[in-house]
Design a protein around this ligand. Structure first.
Ligand SMILES: [Zn+2]
Length: 133
């Protein structure tokens, strides 16, 4: 009996480098296999976490008793894919879209940055403590 020589070269697959254009994040809507569907929102990034952001936007609700509208805020937690970690910061306007629930609070994923934050350094109000003689 002739042994069939199995020539299997074990090629060590190197991990793909995470560049700006791609990532190996499984939960990335562009490079991974995360499908988006459902509702889409635009809002301002309020907080940034290692893999998620919290964004907030305003909406109008109608109050029948007063026949007027009132502002209400909605906060949404969205998954931040690793290819966008560097470009999205607190204060930016971003677009998110609904995806499958990734965790208890994350049902959205960041798709796009719409507007850069205006780098407003929040300066404390100038205190008028001029010493009066
Ligand atoms: Zn990606």
């Amino acid at each position: 009996m002739k042994r069939k020589e199995q020539k299997k070269k074990l090629e060590v697959k190197e991990k793909p480098e995470v560049t700006e254009g791609s990532c190996n994040d499984r939960d990335c809507p562009f490079h991974g296999n995360l499908k988006v569907r459902g509702r889409a929102f635009e809002g301002e990034v309020k907080k940034k976490f290692p893999r998620r952001v919290a964004l907030e936007f305003e909406r109008m609700i109608y109050i029948r008793k007063y026949e007027r509208y009132a502002k209400a805020k909605t906060k949404v937690h969205a998954r931040l894919p690793s290819c966008m970690i560097k470009q999205i910061n607190v204060g930016d306007i971003i677009r998110v879209q609904e995806c499958r629930p990734l965790s208890k609070i994350i049902h959205f994923v960041v798709l796009k940055k719409l507007k850069e934050s205006e780098h407003k350094i929040k300066q404390p109000l100038k205190t008028k403590n001029k010493k009066q003689k």
